[in-house]
Design a binder for this molecule. Structure first.
Ligand SMILES: [Fe+2]
Ligand SMILES: [Fe+2]
Length: 365
């Protein structure tokens, strides 16, 4: 996903540069032709007049005038002025066409959404302006008209697909939030645990270099990290005392249950949710559960949610413990750097601690 977006951005940058180069050429040629036209007005040089006429008569309309009887009516100088005006107008139309198209490409190269109905309409109107240009240079005009119409339809279809994808994402999002609420209600983690872990994860993901879009996906997916608890007996989840070894073994099965519940899911966010549900209790030193993965065998998303989940568990009240002071929980996370947690994620946590604390205060139980 990220790779294909980068490719589109790179291509847009190349197309923007090409449009810029052509625009510069258009300006230079227009200035040169205007200068030639003015010179041939004042300098009596037959060769220069002939050359200038030749240059501005490139366009078809002038050729018609030149080849037909009308030629007799016009003096050569009038023909040159007329030719120059048509030359400048046609280049100006092309210049505007390329500027607007270039701006769209520039926007795409900076990460803007290319496939919008607005871009489609703009390109459609631009294509129609080529009908005016057809009087000057029909071949080029028709080519640009067809390219414009094709791009306009392509952008409109892209906008339609984007809308459909948005709808699907929205359905996916509301399903995830509903599931997360079910898990919260079932486990003793009532309140806003899921919401806080999701927000912390987003902050950490952005600090770890994920794009806004991907950080948003991690935020959503992290909401299902404890979905496996749905299959853990309620009396264990709600036990108002420390768990026995056996009960703890049962709790430790929830990452595996999570994978089972999400085994047949499809789509970016749900696949990510399955990975996070599986790995959020793994430790960086390999002493976590369910698989003792360790280090980079745990996905970065799993390592991020591990920090977010533990920080929130520590700062929240549970039936068997009081909430820790934020400072104490912060130190515990730092203490786990390189052993329980990925050092880089802990660094990101420390760097963005203020934001994380703001989230904790905003979504208090
Ligand atoms: Fe968990
Ligand atoms: Fe949790």
């Amino acid at each position: 996903m990220e790779e294909s977006r980068l490719k589109v951005q790179k291509t847009a940058k190349v197309l923007y540069t090409i449009s810029k180069i052509i625009r510069i050429i258009l300006i230079i040629s227009s200035v040169a032709v205007t200068a030639l036209c003015i010179t041939s007005m004042f300098v009596d040089n037959a060769e220069l007049i002939e050359q200038t006429k030749e240059m501005v008569s490139f366009d078809w309309s002038i050729k018609i005038v030149e080849d037909g009887e009308l030629n007799n009516i016009f003096s050569e100088r009038v023909l040159i002025v007329l030719g120059t005006i048509v030359y400048i107008i046609s280049r100006a139309v092309l210049f505007v066409y390329l500027t607007i198209l270039g701006n769209i490409f520039a926007d795409i190269s900076k990460g803007g959404q290319p496939f919008t109905n607005k871009n489609s309409k703009t390109i459609f109107v631009l294509s129609l302006t080529m009908l005016v240009f057809a009087f000057v240079n029909p071949l080029l005009a028709i080519t640009l008209l067809l390219i414009g119409l094709f791009l306009s339809h392509l952008f409109s279809y892209g906008a339609y697909l984007n809308k459909k994808a948005e709808e699907t994402n929205h359905i996916q999002e509301s399903m995830i939030v509903s599931f997360a609420e079910v898990v919260e209600n079932k486990s003793e983690q009532t309140g806003k645990h899921v919401k806080r872990v999701a927000e912390y994860s987003k902050v950490l993901a952005k600090a770890m270099g994920y794009s806004d879009e991907d950080a948003e996906k991690i935020k959503l997916a992290s909401m299902m990290h404890d979905i496996g608890k749905l299959l853990v007996p309620t009396d264990i989840l709600e036990k108002p005392a420390r768990l026995t070894e056996e009960e703890f073994m049962e709790i430790k099965k929830h990452p595996g249950y999570g994978v089972k519940l999400l085994s047949d899911v499809d789509g970016d966010v749900l696949i990510l949710a399955k990975r996070i549900a599986h790995e959020h209790h793994e430790r960086f030193d390999g002493r976590g559960y369910p698989d003792g993965l360790g280090a980079t065998n745990i996905s970065m998303e799993g390592r991020i949610v591990a920090v977010a989940d533990v920080y929130d568990a520590l700062t929240s009240k549970r039936s068997y413990k009081d909430a820790w002071e934020p400072k104490q929980a912060y130190e515990e996370i730092v203490k786990g750097s390189g052993s329980q947690f990925d050092e880089d994620v802990v660094k990101a946590f420390c760097k963005n601690y203020e934001e994380i604390e703001n989230i904790r205060c905003t979504f208090k139980d």
